[in-house]
Design a protein around this ligand. Structure first.
Ligand code: AMP
Ligand code: MN
Ligand code: ZN
Length: 894
């Protein structure tokens, strides 16, 4: 045996040994539990520190997070309570930052704050300071959302460590000093701390100086705190301590030292960085077009404060985790191949739902409850006994934990207490009685539930609403007609909804660690294959760009582009199917000036079939309203006799080119053989085009050419004789849309990859891949209008909706077809009118009107945070971007 083999054998023995020990202890634990079956869950016997909290702002229910309200009458809002104060700071040309801290060694003593009295004294001290430094430590393994376990505050005189577990319910005392604009708070990398303080205490920061932002502005080679501590203070820290269990009390001496160090030197470091910034400002002062370094650092810092904490709420619990797991499995990244993929996905989903709910009920992290790899292993092969399930999980955890801390017990206490659930779930026996959500809730938290009810989980039970939708709302099937409607709806869903998740939630980080955007895997691969980025996280995958992108999403004062997008209907939260919906109808948008189209991702959302129908109907109605408002008729209309025409655009006697052409075609081909009522219906359609007069065969033939480009017309003329002998499909159906799955990466490769704007392709991609229905959306009830039905086409039902294609990206190529889908010249005329009368502001206002129509019609509850009716449509350079000096000026004048 060579050395390597020996090591491997020794290692295997150690692994098996550890597994056996683990099994031994777990079996003992379970025996103990079985003695008292009514309280079989570990939650009864293992108390957690967070159960002492009396008030919890972010519990584990699906209810959205409520922010502190600035208005006393409201209770909880989704607005930033200090937006005005922060915006005022952002607009201030000359930020007054006074930092005079001297470098001080750590004293032997510090103040441990654990009573309300002590906290009040601290507030007294802080309210007299001009500046203080802050850092926080979190606990996230045994908590669903994580919680703040420690807050470190340092003044020039003292280091304070606040026990935020003991003082959880009193922390609000600190709100005023944190929100006081005349006291500067120094953080290093405050992005997360800002959100954590909101989540746990409704503490909002106004007036922030972030030393990592200062580093960024100064183009420091590194911007980690460890680097700053070493260069400015000669202090070496062990950053591994950030992963310690910060719930423990008392804290070890080492942890106290780490925690103090994180805050103690910040005032001095901030002073040094500020000096450098000022120096650069002075060196630059003679030039006209000068870059304000201090101002920029201050603005970038305070931009962080505008962020708002949100709970991630998905359509059905665990759905996004399941899809991510499944797509990983499909791309075959180290997972065993599975013969029955449908069964596999089904089981993965069930396990993810179970895990999500169990994590919420027990206030544990997903990772702790059941790691992803264990879910894949459990779903990959049939497992019969409890022991098999148990051993599978232990084995996976053993393999996964090599090299990492092995303190996470395997399997988790949650799995251990509820192993029979997994057993039933894998045997498909858990959900016989209803949906898995209710079954688990009942079993765990119901009247004789096995688990402890507490402040984090009771809202799951009490507030059944809002609860996420798990499957479609079941419509009652009372009569056959309804049944067939349902069947055709299901068919429609099957045929036209997106075939795979639209948003992959892969992430792109800048080289300073800031999140730039979410995107799909293709884009990640594009960057990596060109050595423009490195992979920094496996799942969900994340890359870091190796170059400096030309702008940051946060520069724009709009965090929309960095919000994780969920694959759910933004209307009702349905997650089992969705279609893309364009809030601003293409018939207008394709005529917008190119640079105003770039904001597409904001105005393309996912909707389920039902919400799609509601939105579509409202949009069609609004188009008619616009037609009357602008006096631009919606439909093409040919009027034979001059003088007979009615110029009243409200007159809805017109007909869309598509409708006209399909009706004419059907009449020409099958007219004589058609059932009478169908023939009359189609004849009415064509008559509407001719102003209501009787029509001849010749009129029908002419109607066929409406909406065709000259080129198309020539082709049509040439083919006409033959086409009538062929099936309808050849003549009436339009070409199948091309697959644009590759368009985003290829577009980037043509363009300038160093321009951040190309990152917008993440959502451009969302609209160029997969199916998309919009104007031609044919819900079952509409299908008869759009389709030539069975009777007219030898039993071939032709849904016009199958011929959809992406109108934007193929605009040039397919321009000739556009007139067929829209309403003839209406869209272009409206856009031309707006541009002529109001310029680009007119277009922006027009978009806002459409968003309002959408919101009014659907009352969407699941729009991504940051989505805004008032969305500006600017995405060239942000208002606070260092590349944008003009706009800075503009903003100040606003
Ligand atoms: P810090 O201010 O750098 O000490 O980090 C604050 C908190 O963020 C820590 O208490 C951890 O909960 C969390 N944290 C930061 N980095 C990591 C990491 N690499 N792994 C796990 N947790 C981390
Ligand atoms: Mn820290
Ligand atoms: Zn339990």
């Amino acid at each position: 045996m060579n050395k390597e083999q020996k090591t491997r054998v020794a290692f295997t023995i150690a692994t098996i040994g550890a597994a056996l020990i683990s099994i031994f202890f777990t079996v003992r634990r379970r025996r103990k539990q079985q003695e008292s079956p009514s309280s079989s869950c570990y939650s009864h016997s293992e108390p957690k520190p967070q159960w002492t909290f009396k008030r919890v702002l972010a519990d584990n229910s699906y209810a959205p997070f409520k922010h502190l309200s600035c208005n006393a009458s409201e209770n909880g809002s989704n607005l930033h309570p200090f937006e005005a104060e922060i915006t005022a700071l952002l607009r201030n040309d000359q930020p007054e930052i006074e930092l005079s801290a001297e470098k001080l060694e750590l004293k032997d003593s510090y103040v441990w704050v654990e009573t309300e009295m002590q906290l009040k004294e601290l507030v007294n001290v802080l309210s007299k300071e001009r500046v203080f430094a802050v850092d926080t430590e979190q606990h996230s393994l045994h908590s669903f959302l994580g919680f703040t376990a420690l807050v470190q505050i340092s003044t020039q005189q003292e280091d304070y460590l606040i026990d935020t577990i003991a003082l959880h319910d009193s922390m609000e005392i600190l709100r005023p000093v944190f929100a006081n604009p005349s006291i500067c708070k120094v953080f290093h990398g405050a992005d997360n701390d800002v959100l954590w303080l909101q989540r746990d205490f409704h503490i909002y920061i106004v007036n922030l100086f972030d030393t990592s932002k200062a580093c960024e502005v100064l183009s420091k080679p590194q911007k980690s705190l460890a680097y700053l501590l070493e260069t400015y203070c000669g202090v070496i820290t062990n950053k591994l301590l950030q992963r310690e269990d910060w719930r423990q009390r008392p804290l070890s001496a080492e942890m106290v030292l780490y925690a103090r160090t994180d805050a103690h030197y910040l005032l001095y470091i901030a002073k040094c960085l500020l000096l450098e910034l000022k120096q650069l400002d002075n060196e630059n002062s003679c030039s006209d077009d000068k870059f304000h370094f201090v101002l920029e650092a201050s603005r970038r810092s305070n931009m962080i404060c505008l962020q708002l904490f949100t709970k991630e709420i998905e359509a059905s619990p665990g759905e996004s985790a399941a899809l991510s797991l499944f797509s990983r499995h499909q791309s075959n990244q180290g997972f065993p191949s599975v013969s029955n993929e449908t069964q596999f996905l089904y089981t993965v989903r069930q396990l993810c739902t179970w895990r999500d709910l169990m994590a919420r009920i027990h206030d544990e992290s997903l990772k702790y409850v059941l790691p992803d790899q264990a879910i894949v292993a459990l779903a990959s092969r049939p497992l019969a006994s409890h022991a098999e399930i148990f051993n599978t999980i232990v084995q996976i955890d053993m393999n996964a934990e090599i090299g990492l801390s092995s303190r996470i017990p395997s399997p988790s206490a949650v799995v251990d207490s509820h192993l029979s659930d997994i057993h039933h779930l894998l045997a498909n026996e858990l959900v016989n009685h209803g949906d898995i959500y209710s079954v688990i809730l009942q079993k765990c938290l119901g009247q004789n539930g096995s688990c402890k009810l507490n402040i984090f989980n009771y809202a799951l039970l009490v507030n059944i609403n809002p609860r996420p939708a798990l499957s479609y709302k079941h419509s009652s099937l009372k009569n056959p007609k309804q049944h067939s409607r349902k069947a055709s709806r299901n068919l429609f869903v099957k045929k036209f909804s997106c075939k795979s998740p639209v948003y992959h939630n892969c992430r792109i980080f800048a080289n300073d660690g800031r999140l730039l955007c979410y995107c799909d895997r293709k884009k990640l691969e594009w960057y990596i294959s060109r050595d423009l980025a490195k992979l920094i996280e496996e799942e969900p995958p994340a890359i870091m760009l190796l170059f400096e992108p030309k702008g940051r999403p946060e520069d724009e004062g709009n965090d929309f582009y960095i919000q994780s997008k969920k694959n759910i209907c933004v209307g009702c939260g349905e997650g089992s199917h969705y279609l893309r919906y364009r809030i601003i109808p293409s018939c207008y948008r394709i005529h917008f000036p190119e640079h105003l189209k770039s904001h597409r991702s904001h105005d393309i959302v996912l909707l389920c079939v039902d919400c799609h129908e509601v939105a579509h109907v409202a949009a069609e109605k609004y188009k008619r309203k616009l037609a009357s408002e602008f006096v631009i008729p919606l439909y093409v209309r040919k009027v034979i006799h001059p003088g007979q025409e009615t110029e009243n655009p409200n007159d809805e006697g017109g007909v869309s080119p598509l409708q006209l052409r399909t009706a004419a075609m059907a009449l020409l081909r099958h007219g004589p053989r058609m059932p009478l009522d169908r023939r009359e219906e189609l004849t009415e359609t064509v008559k509407r085009y001719y102003g209501g007069r009787e029509i001849s065969e010749e009129d029908l033939e002419r109607a066929l050419q409406v909406g065709m480009s000259p080129h198309e017309r020539r082709k049509f003329e040439k083919k006409r004789g033959i086409s009538f002998k062929h099936s309808m499909e050849n003549a009436a159906a339009m070409p199948k849309r091309e697959n644009h799955a590759d368009s985003a990466p290829s577009r980037m490769s043509n363009g300038d990859p160093l321009n951040f704007d190309t990152l917008d392709g993440s959502y451009a991609n969302a609209e160029t891949t997969g199916d998309n229905r919009e104007d031609s959306f044919g819900k079952p009830s509409l299908a008869s209008d759009l389709a030539v039905d069975g009777a007219t086409s030898n039993g071939n039902t032709i849904l016009v909706t199958t011929t959809d294609y992406d109108e934007d990206s193929t605009q040039a190529k397919h321009n000739s077809k556009l007139s067929l889908l829209g309403h003839g010249p209406h869209g272009k005329q409206v856009v031309d009118h707006l541009l002529k009368e109001y310029g680009e502001d007119g277009i922006r206002e027009f978009c806002q009107r459409w968003r309002q129509v959408f919101v009014d019609a659907l009352k969407p509850r699941f729009l991504p945070a940051g989505w805004d009716v008032k969305h500006s449509g600017r995405r060239d350079f942000g208002d606070f971007s260092i590349y944008n000096r003009d706009k800075k000026q503009l903003l100040q004048n606003e």
